[in-house]
Ligand binder design. Sequence first.
Ligand SMILES: [Zn+2]
Ligand SMILES: [Zn+2]
Length: 63
Amino acid sequence: MTQEAKESDVLMKCTSCGVKIEAENRWVKFSCPKCSKQKIIRCDKCKRLMNAYECKKCGFIGP
Ligand SMILES: [Zn+2]
Ligand SMILES: [Zn+2]
């Protein structure tokens, strides 16, 4: 087990609602538009509902 695999396990959660991302689910992953240091993960539900997300690094909140 590599450290990388462990880390991505932890990060595989929707940034908006905290739901665990499963492989079959539709979701998007992108970098924070402001600081581009934080990975933002959004599940299909939050995408459709346009739920806000918050960057934990810089505090940016946005859709
Ligand atoms: Zn979500
Ligand atoms: Zn940020």
